[in-house]
Design a binder for this molecule. Structure first.
Ligand SMILES: NC(=O)c1ccc[n+]([C@@H]2O[C@H](COP(=O)([O-])OP(=O)(O)OC[C@H]3O[C@@H](n4cnc5c(N)ncnc54)[C@H](O)[C@@H]3O)[C@@H](O)[C@H]2O)c1
Length: 245
């Protein structure tokens, strides 16, 4: 199978794109390490995955908590010996308010989870990837980080930071055969819907519909696979040709 012998860590794996990505890696033979603050949902995902792949570890972990992130990575390395693939998917995003009403406290929360979470995980796995001279880091951005979304200043700023972080560390890690890319979705169908193929009509794209969780997972898995050996430092937009922001 495509990911036999590979170990993939996915954050925010309880629902939506993270869950679909975890399922796809597991179907393709990877051992998976799944992190989320929502442990109950994560247990459900483990149960689903265990029907076809028993190599799945789950951890309750807040990605904004550096100590907790380091403990999880150390424990997972003890159990699986390595981490080949990291998908930084966990994020906070459902918040819509005018810029002038945003509080400093909320700005910190957004940056702590979306940006520092990505930094902590990426920094924790890098030494292990370097020592294996192999790695794939996929960060989940957003079209908001490219165009800026109205009434989503905090979220847009964090996703812009993730896109530039991707480009910067791709250059540093290329000599170690670690490829770092970003996937930026447009509108995706509601992540609480367990149907990973579900789409619905949307005025926001010329394709006239939302994207599905599995469409996003497919791009993530491609960038993480050995089919991709030469794309790094890129931000891949998957938005059905977006009309307006
Ligand atoms: N759904 C969309 O329309 C859309 C569009 C563009 C980008 N994205 C991005 O895709 C990714 C997944 O979004 P989604 O809508 O599929 O899922 P979601 O936002 O519904 O769920 C995210 C998951 O991350 C977890 N999480 C949140 N904070 C966490 C933390 N501090 N530590 C650990 N886990 C945490 C949540 O419990 C949840 O399981 C996010 O990075 C999001 O910004 C989504």
């Amino acid at each position: 199978m495509e990911f036999s012998g590979k170990v993939a860590l996915i954050t925010g794996a309880s629902v939506g794109i993270g869950r679909a990505t975890a399922m796809l890696f597991a179907q393709k033979g990877a051992k998976t390490i799944l992190l989320d603050v929502n442990f109950e949902k994560l247990e459900e995902v483990k149960k689903e995955i265990s029907e076809y792949n028993n190599n799945v570890l789950i951890y309750k972990c807040d990605v904004a908590d550096e100590k907790s992130v380091n403990e999880v990575v150390t424990d997972a390395i003890t159990k699986y010996g390595k981490i080949d693939i990291l998908v930084n998917n966990a994020a906070l995003w459902r918040n819509f308010e005018p810029f002038e009403e945003t509080t400093t406290e909320k700005w910190h929360t957004f940056f702590n989870i979306n940006v520092f979470g990505t930094v902590f995980l990426s920094r924790a796995v890098t030494p292990y990837m370097k020592s294996n001279n192999y790695g794939r880091i996929i960060n989940i951005g957003s079209v908001a980080g490219v165009y800026g979304n109205r009434n989503m200043a905090m979220y847009s700023a964090t996703k812009g930071a993730i896109i530039s972080l991707t480009k910067a560390i791709a250059k540093e890690l290329a000599p170690y055969n670690i490829l770092v890319n970003c996937v930026s979705p447009g509108t995706v169908s509601n992540s609480s819907n367990p149907d990973i193929t579900f789409t619905e009509p949307s005025e926001l794209s010329y394709l006239g519909r939302t994207g599905s969780d599995i469409e996003n997972a497919n791009i993530i898995c491609f960038l993480a696979s050995d089919k991709n050996g030469y794309i790094t430092g890129e931000n891949v937009i998957i938005d059905g040709c977006r009309k307006k922001i």
